[in-house]
Design a protein around this ligand. Structure first.
Ligand SMILES: CC(C)(COP(=O)(O)OP(=O)(O)OC[C@H]1O[C@@H](n2cnc3c(N)ncnc32)[C@H](O)[C@@H]1OP(=O)(O)O)[C@@H](O)C(=O)NCCC(=O)NCCS
Length: 496
């Protein structure tokens, strides 16, 4: 709700004639206790006389008793109608360097407003009255400078610290990319991977894990609780005014145990004992090992590893922003990850891939794909796994995971291909002015299923990957911190 001049103008303003003397006008202003008078000739506004004009006239030695208002008034002042917004009035007054503005309706004077009145009203509504309107959802608002990743929305590329993420997914291990995101450099050898492998032990005792795993909630709320419990178990303290190297170590240890927590919670929840990490395995392979207690196939490891690399980082998404906000307060590293995991648990962020499988279940056969998509579009439903807030091309991660799903001969790759073909063609016909291409969620679902990861673990697996991005951002924030504290636009009532 915008305020208008009619809401704060002073009605019935003082008026004088251009033929009045300055003394007469000054006396009238003093009696009414106002700092300006509107100058009217035959009912029309021809000028405005302010205290500033009187001071200038006195300083110039003009005799008040004989000098006419017309000589010192500001002629043809800016006038605005009562339905003008206060920001418009502020802009006009600043442009013309005036402090008083007559408000006119249908050519007649109905009030005045002063700059002071406007600024007071504006400051109750906005921190900066000339700032652009509220950025709902912070869309297109830049909140940080980062060296960690860049989304090339029109070129359809995702860059991790100067490297193409798809190329990294094809050529590098998850640990190499982890090192890259944390330090800006690919590691020279496997030293970092070995260090991480030694940090994977489950940080909570069996009794605590059992309590969490036995709770009725979903896997993400169990993971959030386990991360908070890990922070408590390790007695993590706010990073503020501690050595950055200590926070780096804590962030690394936390990220290293996320797959162990997910696997242990999931297994315990199903009445199975947790499987101890195997330091001889890479991060992706070890995750699959801890989930199932059997050696994954090379194809499963490849699919899981590519997925983890491609989803490790993605700019200032909601969970990453959450991690940075919490880190910016000086809070401990676990707090930032708990918050980030909470943000990821929302269906608008991390919750979509299992919905893709639900859709594939419903479609069931290639022959049914066309009719199913047509019905969904006709009913105004969204096809899961298509469209993106940022990319204006195909999501490059989707293309890589499509190829991966096909390379490993994922169980539903053929069906998914047919559904994708139908969806793209029909969405193009239904929304010709939108780019509705395949997004990462569509092929993630198929690739994760091919890697042997159960559906209820899709979002926790996303967290396994994204923890690396969260911790990279947390450390970037810590190294150059400023408390993140945006403003809000007050739209409630003003005090009487
Ligand atoms: C990802 C998503 C939220 C991006 O949304 P967005 O860029 O803000 O797009 P909008 O919500 O502004 O939608 C723009 C138009 O395209 C349509 N549209 C967007 N995605 C669509 C989809 N997957 N299926 C059908 N129509 C879709 C919308 O209905 C809207 O049409 P309208 O202008 O006629 O109302 C959206 O594409 C979506 O809901 N996709 C399906 C869910 C999904 O895959 N999520 C995972 C995201 S990684």
């Amino acid at each position: 709700m915008e305020l208008h001049l009619r809401d704060l103008m002073t009605p019935d303003p003082l008026t004088v004639a251009p033929t009045d003397t300055l003394a007469t006008a000054a006396e009238a202003m003093r009696r009414r206790d106002v700092s300006s008078a509107v100058v009217l000739r035959d009912g029309a506004v021809v000028g405005i006389l302010t205290e500033r004009d009187l001071t200038r006239a006195a300083a110039a030695g003009a005799p008040a008793a004989t000098t006419l208002v017309a000589r010192w008034m500001t002629a043809d002042p800016v006038t605005l109608p009562p339905n003008s917004e206060i920001t418009t009035a502020l802009e006009r007054m600043l442009e013309r360097n005036v402090r008083h503005l007559p408000v006119c309706a249908a050519g007649s004077l109905v009030g005045t407003v002063s700059l002071r009145q406007l600024v007071r009203a504006a400051s109750l509504r906005r921190v900066d009255p000339w700032a652009p309107g509220t950025a709902k959802g912070l869309e297109n608002v830049t909140v940080a400078e980062t060296r960690i990743s860049h989304i090339d929305a029109t070129g359809g590329r995702l860059i991790y610290a100067g490297h193409d993420a798809v190329r990294l997914a094809r050529e590098r291990s998850f640990e190499d990319v982890w090192h890259l995101l944390l330090t800006g450099e690919l590691p020279p050898d496997d030293g970092f991977a070995r260090r991480v492998a030694a940090l994977r032990g489950v940080p909570l005792d069996a009794a605590a894990l059992r309590v969490l795993a036995g709770a009725d909630g979903g896997m993400m709320s169990k993971l959030e609780s386990a991360l908070a419990a890990t922070g408590a178990a390790w007695a993590l303290t706010p990073w503020y005014e501690r050595e950055v190297s200590e926070v780096e170590e804590e962030a690394l240890r936390l990220a290293a145990v996320v797959p162990s927590l997910v696997a242990a919670l999931w297994r315990l929840g199903r009445g199975l004992e947790p499987v101890a990490p195997d330091p001889s395995l890479g991060h992706a392979a070890n995750y699959l090992w801890m989930l199932h207690g059997r050696r994954p196939t090379a194809a499963q490891v490849m699919a899981a590893e590519r997925y983890l690399v491609l989803t490790a980082e993605h700019g200032m998404n909601a969970s990453t922003f959450t991690a940075r906000v919490i880190a910016s307060t000086g809070a401990d590293a676990a707090a930032a990850l708990v918050g980030a995991a909470g943000a990821l648990s929302g269906p608008l962020h991390g919750g979509a891939p299992s919905l893709v499988l639900d859709m594939l279940d419903e479609i069931a056969t290639i022959e049914r794909a066309g009719a199913w998509i047509a019905r969904a579009i006709a009913d105004g439903r969204r096809i899961m796994g298509f469209g993106h807030r940022v990319y204006r091309t195909e999501d490059p991660r989707a293309a890589c995971l499509r190829a991966t799903a096909e390379e490993i001969d994922a169980p539903r790759a053929g069906l998914a291909r047919a559904v994708e073909r139908e969806a793209l063609a029909q969405l193009r016909a239904a929304k010709p002015d939108r780019v509705l291409a395949t997004n990462v969620e569509f092929w993630s679902a198929v690739a994760l299923e091919g890697a042997g990861i159960p559906r209820e673990l899709f979002t926790p697996t996303f967290a396994v990957a994204r923890t690396v991005g969260w911790t990279a951002h947390l450390l970037e924030q810590v190294r150059d911190n400023r408390l993140i504290r945006p403003a809000a636009s007050y739209v409630g009532p003003s005090p009487a």
